[in-house]
Design a protein around this ligand. Structure first.
Ligand code: HEC
Ligand code: HEC
Length: 242
């Protein structure tokens, strides 16, 4: 008899717990629509595009999810998905736009030699899907209060320098139609000889260099995008290379 009551209590408690859980789940879905939709199943191609968008630092110039607000010279991308076809977007990503020798103005870099056809397709799919929020597609955080070298190492990844100049600044990413046939290293005797002061390194990061038209990849202009402090931190990190 006592055993029977205990069993009934367990059953009732279980039922209540299930009902509460069920009810709470429903409430969460309604209450935090945006949070839930970001964790819902996303088309894998769109999700990949969101991660590629962060990896190649598109988000550092165009803002998180392409919302703009970084620089008046860089447009938001929230509207272009409806205006441009996947082929038009691929053309802009591969060949760049507004290539400029003006060091105070950023331009859309040429990505064709660096980003694969598949990645370009994923970027276009993400932009055409309206640049939705995708869980974990967020730029690397920059450690604070741990010195310039540590911050610079994070910036080197966050701002996508690593995609073109390689890990540890070893260079070698093919740039077939450029004179050097590859994107230069930021390490080694030749680099140290030419860029022998902090000011010279800062200046090339800020002003970039237009070495030719697409499909040649040039050094993007980061003036107006990176702050003086971030430039100093990147220089501190670059100087740790072999
Ligand atoms: C160094 C800053 C910078 C980075 C990094 C960058 N862009 Fe851009 N992008 C620009 C600027 C500046 C323009 C505007 C060029 C113009 O209109 O002259 C632009 C234009 C565009 C356009 C055309 C927008 C329109 O309204 O026609 C697209 C699409 C685009 N970028 C996508 C990307 C993608 C995808 C990436 C990452 C692979 C990326 N951008 C990385 C600076 C940047
Ligand atoms: C889209 C590819 C690309 C990205 C991204 C990129 N660079 Fe470059 N960078 C180049 C190319 C190409 C050159 C060579 C320019 C030339 O020869 O005039 C270059 C040159 C340089 C140089 C001078 C080295 C030399 O020998 O000419 C420095 C320093 C440099 N980049 C730092 C950076 C930093 C720091 C970042 C990230 C904020 C960065 N780059 C992002 C392509 C890139």
């Amino acid at each position: 008899m006592i055993g029977g009551v205990a069993l009934l209590i367990v059953a009732v408690v279980g039922l209540v717990a299930w009902a509460v859980g069920h009810y709470t789940n429903n409430t969460v879905t309604v209450g935090t629509q945006t949070e839930t939709s970001s964790t819902q199943v996303v088309d894998p191609k769109v999700a990949a595009g969101a991660h590629v968008f962060v990896q190649f630092a598109c988000s550092q110039c165009h803002g998180l999810q392409g919302r703009g607000g970084v620089s008046p010279d860089v447009p938001a991308l929230t509207g272009v998905g409806k205006q441009l076809t996947a082929a038009q977007l691929a053309g802009i990503i591969n060949h760049g736009l507004g290539e400029s020798a003006n060091p105070t103005k950023p331009y859309m870099p040429v990505w064709g030699a660096v980003v694969s056809k598949r990645q370009v397709g994923e970027l276009a799919a993400y932009i055409r899907a309206g640049l939705p929020s995708v869980t974990d597609a967020t730029p690397l955080p920059v450690p604070q209060g741990q010195g310039d070298e540590v911050a610079g190492a994070a910036l080197y990844v966050r701002d996508g320098c690593i995609n073109c100049h390689g890990p540890n600044g070893l260079g070698g990413v093919p740039n077939p139609l450029s004179e050097d046939k590859a994107i230069p290293p930021l390490a080694g005797a030749d680099f140290r000889g030419e860029f022998n002061t902090d000011a010279k390194i800062k200046e090339i990061i800020r002003s970039g260099s237009v070495i030719g038209r697409a499909p040649i990849v040039s050094m993007p202009h980061w003036g107006g995008i990176l702050t003086d402090e971030e430039l100093r931190q990147l220089v501190a990190y670059i100087k740790t290379f072999k």
